[in-house]
Design a protein. Structure first.
Lengths: 240, 223
């Protein structure tokens, strides 16, 4: 029985090592202490192992339930930011639009005649950032898409109508294409963030800036502890 | 025979990867379009398709909002915008089709681990022709202008979707889609400044402007 437990524990460690979460500092000691053949595992001296003791971080996404209040708070935050960003990135829109146009455009949906640059790059990119924002806040992939859809609807029907009617392409392509792009960015950034090297981490954060913000819920602190041959443990700490 | 089909469709169980849940799918494909223009001009276009579908699935039914964006190149299509402009145009053509799609998943598994579905819905489209080469018959057409059609029509598809235990396995699908659209409105747009496009002319489309579409799409469920 004890041997089985030891095997399970060793397999767990191997699994974590495979994921790149922690180094294999304890493998040689574990193998020796548990009467397993240490030659079957990657060996590391105690000096090497000692250098690796200290916290490391693993990045992932934590999907959890959100209350209605939290949903409204997140939607409200994004909505306020879209008002600011719309006029910050297109200052001429303030002069081209008007509150009269806002009233006239309210409730209208049209096919816009915009160039592919806007419909195929700007809006999907904006959608990917919405998706990643909600993912960082603990929403599942499909919930992030749903929240992005609501945010896109709010933007199209109450912000952009200051200058032009809501566009059916933007309403669909911002959250849908954005989520597909966001999924790609999410996958790539997690790969680089967990690659274990500094350049990869930088690239991972650049691809997914929300991993740097306080509201990102998927950062796990891992503290390997090794105190001689009889004591080895890993502590996982996640804050949300 | 009818009884056999009923048994196949209704009573042989199959396992979809998810029920009572939302899903997002995406596909790439090829399309063939037969476009009829003014004065009996016509063209056949072969191009690429990008397809996305977002919707909710119950047991056998699914309601999606789908987009089919097609790309291709047209040759010598005759356009007429009221009495203001007549031209023969060749160039890139892109169509954005939005389709509220109702899908019915049968329980029939015609190919190993893939079951059959049917889908159909009305389509709302914007077809854009870039005027790379053009001959003006009457009126004025400048470099950087594009001609757009607003179409409505119907799309119907038959497809197979991979049966998997979990949505996370990204079940794949393949569908053959037929579409028929008719143009309602034609617009000439000045897109020489891509920051700010300008509608130059707009009119009702001629009665014979229509498109027949055939698509082959291969895709996966993302999540």
């Amino acid at each position: 029985m004890r041997k089985s437990v030891n095997h399970i524990f060793l397999l767990f460690i191997l699994f974590q090592v495979n994921l790149g979460i922690c180094g294999d500092l304890t493998l040689n000691k574990l193998a020796t202490t548990n009467n397993l053949d240490p030659n079957n595992y990657k060996m590391m001296s105690d000096e090497q192992a000692g250098k690796q003791i200290g916290p490391t971080y693993h990045y992932h996404y934590l999907d959890r339930y959100h209350s209605v209040g939290e949903n409204l708070k997140n939607l409200g935050t994004v909505y306020a930011i879209t008002w600011g960003l719309y006029f910050a990135t297109q200052p001429e829109a303030w002069h081209e639009g008007s509150w009269e146009a806002w009233k006239k455009n309210f409730g209208k949906v049209v096919f816009d005649q915009d160039e592919p640059f806007w419909n195929w790059f700007v809006h999907p990119f904006a959608g990917s950032q919405l998706y990643l924002f909600y993912r960082a806040n603990g929403y599942s992939r499909i919930d992030s898409l749903g929240m992005s859809f609501i945010s896109a609807l709010l933007f199209e029907f109450t912000v952009e109508i200051y200058t032009e009617p809501a566009s059916i392409q933007d309403i669909f392509q911002t959250p849908v294409f954005g989520s597909i792009l966001g999924l790609g960015l999410e996958t790539a950034s997690l790969y680089f963030l967990n690659s274990g090297n500094a350049a990869g981490k930088v690239l991972g954060h650049v691809l997914n800036l929300y991993t740097l913000f306080w509201f990102y819920e998927g950062k796990i602190k891992i503290v390997p502890m090794y105190d001689g041959p009889k004591s080895a443990a890993i502590t996982f700490t996640e804050t949300f | 025979m009818l009884r056999l089909l009923l048994i196949l469709f209704l009573f042989i169980p199959s396992a979809h990867s998810y029920y009572n849940d939302w899903g997002l799918k995406g596909a790439l494909g090829m399309n063939y379009q037969s476009i009829a223009g003014e004065d009996e001009s016509s063209d056949n276009i072969v191009g690429l398709t990008v397809n996305t579908q977002f919707g909710y699935r119950w047991d056998q039914f699914e309601l999606d909002l789908a987009s089919y964006v097609t790309f291709g190149k047209s040759h010598n299509i005759h356009f007429k915008v009221g009495d203001e402009l007549q031209a023969i145009v060749s160039g890139m053509v892109r169509t954005v089709n939005f389709v509220p799609l109702l899908k019915f998943y049968t329980h029939w598994v015609p190919i190993q681990k893939r079951n059959l579905y049917f889908s159909a819905g009305p389509s709302f489209s914007l077809r854009t022709f870039w005027t790379n080469n053009y001959t003006v018959l009457t009126g004025e057409l400048d470099e950087g202008y594009k001609i757009t059609y607003h179409d409505t029509g119907i799309f119907a598809a038959v497809g197979i979707e991979e049966l998997s235990t979990f949505k996370e396995e990204n079940p794949s699908y393949f569908e053959i889609l037929f579409g028929y659209t008719k143009s309602r409105k034609i617009t000439v747009v000045d897109a020489s400044n891509n920051q700010k496009v300008r509608v130059v002319h707009s009119d009702e489309a001629g009665p014979n402007i229509r498109t027949i579409i055939l698509m082959f799409n291969l895709g996966i469920t993302f999540f």
